[in-house]
Write a protein that binds this ligand. Structure first.
Ligand SMILES: C[S@@+](CC[C@H](N)C(=O)[O-])C[C@H]1O[C@@H](n2cnc3c(N)ncnc32)[C@H](O)[C@@H]1O
Length: 216
């Protein structure tokens, strides 16, 4: 309904040409239908890491490391660390090889396992940038787990929050998506009403929620 593939394509065409490694990963993701961020979303993530000066980054949902490489691009020329996690060992292992080829492996720690278990043990307030892009049906769990990990002034970006525009009341979609749509609507309500955060929803890619943790 509101998801404009052509618009995303147009915005992607406006970007400077990406290097070989990015293009290879895009090709790989397409061939294997691995849902990675679009180039405009990747570029936005990189830009946001850069302008915010974020240095302690957490990513939930590595897949083959495409969005991680965009995040790492935002750290170019300065110190910083990315912790990225995924429960799919095969994908995470391939991501590590891409990080090595991209020359950024020393900045990235890959953690394999279920985010819903692992994140419980992460230190509170540790990160100044968090990117969430794992299972949409688990977004309420992630929200509870990652919000305390975000330090004051820290930025959290969540992907796919508009789910092809279907979260908008009155949208038409197949009945099998009803649970996911309801889950995302509930997630958006809780996120935007959280008094500790200020959130903007951007219709880039499949919809990005961008939140900043207010100072107390
Ligand atoms: C949309 S893909 C991530 C794409 C990646 N951010 C990118 O744009 O390049 C989602 C990933 O989340 C992982 N995932 C799903 N549920 C998870 C969980 N509970 N814990 C850890 N990883 C999970 C999947 O294995 C999958 O690789």
């Amino acid at each position: 309904m509101f998801y404009a593939f052509e618009l995303e394509q147009f915005l992607g065409d406006l970007l400077p040409m990406r290097d070989e490694l990015f293009l290879e990963m895009e090709d790989q993701a397409l061939k294997e239908t691995i849902p990675v961020v679009t180039p405009p979303v990747g570029n936005f993530l990189s830009w946001l890491v850069k302008v915010s000066g974020a240095s302690q980054i957490l990513e939930v949902g590595t897949a083959i490391g495409y969005s991680t490489l965009w995040l790492a691009k935002g750290l170019e020329g300065r110190e910083g660390k990315i912790v990225t996690l995924d429960m799919n060992m095969d994908r995470a292992t391939r991501a590590m090889e891409y990080f090595r080829r991209g020359g950024v492996a020393e900045k990235i720690q890959v953690v394999m396992g279920d985010a819903r278990k692992i994140l419980k043990d992460f230190p509170k307030g540790e990160f100044n940038f968090i990117f969430v892009d794992a299972a949409k049906g688990e977004y309420l769990d992630y929200l509870e787990l990652v919000t305390p990990l975000l330090g004051n002034g820290g930025i959290m970006v969540v992907d796919n929050v508009l789910f092809r525009g279907w979260v908008v009341p009155g949208s038409e979609y197949a009945p099998k998506y009803e649970r996911m749509v309801s889950h995302l609507r509930e997630f958006l309500k809780l996120l935007t009403q959280n008094p500790e955060l200020q959130t903007s929803i951007l219709p880039l890619g499949d919809g990005l929620a961008v939140s900043v943790r207010k100072s107390p």
